[in-house]
Ligand binder design. Structure first.
Ligand code: AMP
Ligand code: GLY
Length: 426
């Protein structure tokens, strides 16, 4: 197959790394990609939201499989656009725009969960129309209070308020002052769930599904889960509490009702579902759906997955997913993200990254590029999250130690990483 992958982060490097190992992979193109993906295939300078140009590229290069990394093109309807032009001549990994609302609209996803009795936090939704009612709702709400901008807000649209006054201020910022533009013209207010977060990843065609992995993400910038939220500072898999009994509950109460719900509502879905869960004393609740893989979750899920990913996409397309066998590596995996100084606030770019050429080339430690770019003979920083190192070992702690050892050989001005990824599993 000839494959085009959209995106340019660590997630896309991990997907490209995995797909190029498949004997079904003929030519692999990544748009726009990064210096890491350039080693797995050919980077192409295409805008991921320019569907016309992507279509032309697909025709000119005889692409059979389009894999969409990030959510934005999906919410913007890349699936529907390509379906219209290519029908079943092109396999698109990603849901239709309607189904992508599971990520694109918090209110849509909450309503979907209610319709299908999927466990989630109690909530209400508000706009400028019922703004005053919303303030009363906040006054009567237990603390802390979770406020979510309805639409996509680049991962910044969720605020956990510790006081009623703070919650009302955030509420007003979002609805009246349009803090996130249109994305916050509607706000979901929900109950705070106490527990441990874990993400489960599923590949589905909207009827059948396979779990392809899970991971625990470390979202805060600071050691000991302190400080500001980030896109993710590291991940581990497998997670010790994800035993058969808990996974069975997740499948029965969350995954199966979700897939059945998609089917009942004729929501066309060919692709990954990211279930963001909270384990509340052994009971799983859905915090969010994403219509794509996670980043940096993909950077541990793909190295652990032994099954051929391109074959899984083909099985998703031809309805044989339920018959496929998912195999995992026996080891534990940890990935640790190196970020630019100042991230998740302001940071500088174009810092030369040293030490990349001296790294060992083996599958027990893999470097995935995220925000990097090639500048003359150097690779330089080009984003907040710069690169991530995934290692495997017999324990989470050993895997994290290996990643830290590799990161200690890499340097760039302002480089920072959390040295406690996987700390609770020591
Ligand atoms: P989301 O964008 O929905 O993933 O939310 C971002 C983060 O906010 C999540 O990963 C959780 O850490 C936290 N969060 C969201 N909703 C809740 C909730 N109802 N209770 C507790 N934490 C939450
Ligand atoms: N790491 C969280 C996400 O990809 O949404």
């Amino acid at each position: 197959m000839n494959i085009l992958l959209l995106g340019s982060g660590g997630r896309e490097h991990a997907l490209a790394w995995k797909m190029q190992q498949s004997h079904h992979c003929n030519n692999l193109f990544i748009a726009p990609g990064n210096p890491g993906t350039a080693a797995c295939g050919t980077n192409i300078n295409l805008n991921i939201n320019d569907f016309e140009n992507i279509k032309d590229f697909i025709i000119a290069n005889d692409i059979n499989l389009l894999v969409v990394g990030p959510e934005e093109p999906l919410v913007n309807g890349v699936y529907d656009f390509m379906q219209l032009h290519f029908g079943n001549k092109l396999i698109v990994v990603g849901p239709s725009a309607n189904a992508a609302q599971l990520e694109g609209s918090k209110a849509f996803s909450k309503q979907f969960m209610q319709r299908h009795n999927i466990p989630t936090a109690a909530y209400a939704e508000f706009t400028i129309e019922n703004f005053e009612e919303g303030k009363t709702y906040i006054s009567n709400h237990s603390l802390p209070i979770v406020l979510k901008a309805d639409g996509l807000a680049a991962g910044k649209g969720v605020i956990i308020a510790e006081t009623h006054a703070e919650a009302k201020q955030v509420f007003e910022e979002m609805i009246v002052n349009k803090q996130f533009g249109n994305a916050s013209s509607k706000v979901v207010i929900e109950q705070f769930l106490q527990g441990i977060e874990v993400s489960v990843f599923v590949l589905t065609n909207g009827k059948d599904y396979k779990v392809i992995g899970h991971a625990k993400d470390y979202k805060r910038i600071g050691v000991g889960d302190t400080g500001l939220n980030t896109g993710g500072m590291g991940c581990v898999t497998p997670v010790p509490f994800m035993n058969d009994a808990f996974m069975q509950q997740v499948e029965q109460t969350v995954i199966q009702p979700t897939i059945n719900g998609l089917s009942k509502e004729n929501l066309i879905y060919n692709g990954f579902v990211f279930f963001g869960l909270m384990n509340c004393d052994g009971t799983p609740y859905v915090i969010e759906y994403n219509c794509r893989m996670g980043d940096p979750e993909t950077e541990v899920v793909m190295p652990r997955l032994e099954t051929d990913l391109v074959s899984l996409f083909a099985a998703m397309d031809n309805g044989t997913l339920a018959d496929t066998n998912i195999q995992y590596n026996d080891g534990f995996f940890a990935t640790i993200m190196a970020v630019s100084g100042g991230y998740p606030g302001d940071y500088e770019k174009n810092k030369i990254i040293n030490g990349l050429t001296e790294l060992p080339k083996n599958n027990a430690t893999i470097l995935f590029h995220a925000g990097t770019k090639q500048m003359d003979e150097n690779v330089v920083t080009n984003g907040g999250r710069v690169l991530t190192v995934t290692s495997s070992a017999n324990t989470i702690t050993e895997a994290a130690t290996k990643s830290k050892e590799t990161l200690s050989k890499i340097s760039f001005d302002g480089m920072y990483f959390r040295n406690d990824i996987g700390f609770e599993f020591e």
